[in-house]
Structure formats: C-alpha cells, structure tokens
Ligand binder design. Structure first.
Ligand code: ZN
Length: 343
C-alpha cells in the first residue's frame, strides 16, 4: 500500500553560489593559528565507529585565544556544536519554521504546520509527499543529516585551516556509497585532523553551513507543497505525518515523481525563500544560495561517481535534473533577488 500518493524526490538544492567571497578565501590561515593540543579523549575515535556513530559528547567550549574569526559571512557569535542525529533533526525543524515564517502570508497559510518526518535510511534524500489520507508531509533521511553534517564540518575546517578535507571526504566516502548501498555518508572518524577537531570556532562555522544547506534543501521541498506540485497542501489541519518506519520503506521503494519543470520551479522558489529567511536572521548568520551550491556540488560529485546509469542508486539523481545544470539557475535567481533586495 502506498502511503504517499505523490512523492517528489529531493528537491534539493540547487543553488547558487557565491560560495567564496574574498574574505572567505583570503583570511583563513592567518586568522586561525593551528592548535596543537589533542582533542579530548574519545572525541575522535580512531577505530571505525559503530552505526549511529556520532560522538555524543560536545567538544570543549572554552573560547580560543585571539579575536573571533570572521569567515564567509560567519557571525561573531560562537554557536554551540551541533552533535548527534537528534540535535540535527531539531535544528532542521527550527530552520523549517524560519522558512515558513518568511513566506508571504497567503503562502504560509497553505503550509504552516506541515509535519517533518525523519526516515532512518542512509540514502541521502529529502522529499515532499502526501499521505493516503491526503495530508502533506515533508521528510528527510538520516543519510541527508549525515551527509550535510560531513559537508559542513569539512567545509568549515577547510575555510579555517586551508585543508582539503571536503575533497578527502568526497573522494573517500562517495565511491564507497556507490559500491555499497549500506555505506554511511557520514564523516569518517579521523578525517578531520585531530589538532582542529575540538576548535569551537570550527564547530560554530560548521553549524552555520549546516543551516545554509538545510535552508535551501527544505526551502525547495516546502515549495513543492505551496506551488501545488503535490496537490495536498491546502492549509488544512495537519496531522503528525507518516511513521518513520513506513516512510523508510517509501523512501527507497517509491517511484519518484519525475517532473523536471517542477523541480526547477522549486529550486527558484526555495532559493528565494532561503534568502528571504536568511535576511530576516540578521544579525545572526544569514543564509544565502551558498548552501544550495554546496548541496549541488555534493550531488555533482555523486553523479560523477555513479556515471550515466538509468538505475542510479540515488533516487535524488534519478529524479532531478543534473546538478550541474541546476547551479546556474539558482545563481541567477539569487542574483535577481540581490538586485531587488540590496543591502
Ligand atoms: Zn524537488
């Protein structure tokens, strides 16, 4: 039995751009003296982690010496570390609420209260759908949380210390994912150099990047509902959404709704929503299209690793336009948004 009458796979992200402002690319090493002290015992385990292996203890919170960093639009305030799947789920719920709040009131009325369900599968995916009863929901997988956490942690490390951990991560993990459907997309233990692992500025920046990527991701998914692509988001009273167990099955078994014009429309609307919501966050870190560009870069790498394959193991890639084609569109949308919203 299908729970979902319509599933639009991942919408993810498209995004745009601007990944690297001059301040991002130019200041890293000078502002981030390498810390030589080792991480706390057990923080970066050297043995392969068990399933669900996110470290459960946050890193130390003592402020580092020297001025607060300012990279890539990072806020001056240090954010607490985002550690563990439950904390990431809560973060995404908070991001979704900000996205809804930033929508025009008539649009908000269609989607406010849509349940967000997390599915335990490790495939990297997110989607919008309708339950059999006709109620809308949004969903993300554990694999999405793991992957975006890895993207955020490696990108933050690279910005601050001039490393290439994102390349190392994607070169290592993505081929494993292609070969083995049980391979986790999360950050492997030991990939972040130990001397950087506990730096609270790195954790803070990673949390910002995590939010940027998720804002685009769920901005896109939310758009599938309010643009009418799913046909079930009409401002009705919302239920709790499907159970994660049922959703897990659906995430891997259902044929995605192949409708590439709708994907493009959701990319544009989702990017605008993330930019609008980001602007409202000031003086906190303002989301931009950068999150979408990071996500699309990740899927571009996955696409390259898979090659041309109509039976691609990635539902996201089977159901969406080539990420390389989506990037310019999202960038164009963001450029237009900036011209209309200076400042
Ligand atoms: Zn989509």
């Amino acid at each position: 039995m299908k729970i979902i009458s319509s599933v639009l796979r991942f919408a993810s992200v498209a995004a745009l751009v601007v990944a690297c402002t001059p301040s991002e690319s130019g200041t890293a090493n000078a502002n981030y003296p390498q810390q030589q002290q080792p991480p706390p015992p057990g923080y970066y385990p050297q043995q392969p982690p068990p399933p669900g292996y996110y470290p459960q203890q946050p890193p130390p919170q003592q402020p580092p010496p020297g001025p607060a960093p300012h990279l890539g639009g990072a806020s001056a305030e240090l954010l607490p570390p985002l550690v563990g799947i439950p904390a990431m789920e809560q973060e995404v719920r908070s991001i979704l609420a900000e996205l809804v709040d930033a929508l025009p009131s008539a649009t908000q009325a269609r989607v406010r209260g849509i349940p967000l369900v997390f599915d335990p599968t490790i495939e990297v995916n997110a989607f919008a759908g309708c339950e059999e009863g006709g109620n809308p929901f949004l969903a993300g997988t554990a694999g999405l949380l793991e992957a975006v956490d890895a993207i955020a942690q490696t990108k933050a490390t690279d910005e601050m210390f001039g490393t290439r951990t994102y390349d190392q991560y994607s070169d290592t993990v993505i081929p494993q994912m292609v070969r083995n459907p049980k391979a986790h997309p999360g950050l492997p233990a030991g990939l972040i150099p130990a001397q950087y692992g506990s730096d609270p500025r790195r954790w803070s920046r990673a949390r910002e990047i995590f939010g940027d990527v998720m804002a685009f991701t769920f901005g896109h998914e939310l758009a599938h509902h309010y643009l009418g692509h799913t046909g079930c988001a009409n401002g009705q009273a919302m239920g709790p959404g499907p159970s994660p167990a049922r959703l897990g099955h659906l995430a891997t078994a259902l044929l995605p709704g192949l409708n590439q014009p709708n994907e493009i429309a959701s990319d544009g609307a989702g990017a605008v929503n993330a930019l609008d919501a980001g602007r409202r966050r000031r003086p906190r870190y303002a989301w931009s299209e950068r999150g979408g560009m990071l996500l699309l870069d990740y899927f571009s790498r996955l696409q390259r690793a898979i090659g041309i394959n109509p039976f691609s193991p990635s539902a996201f890639l089977r159901s969406h336009p080539n990420p390389q084609l989506r990037m310019p569109l999202v960038q164009t949308v963001a450029n237009t948004w900036r011209a209309r919203n200076p400042g």
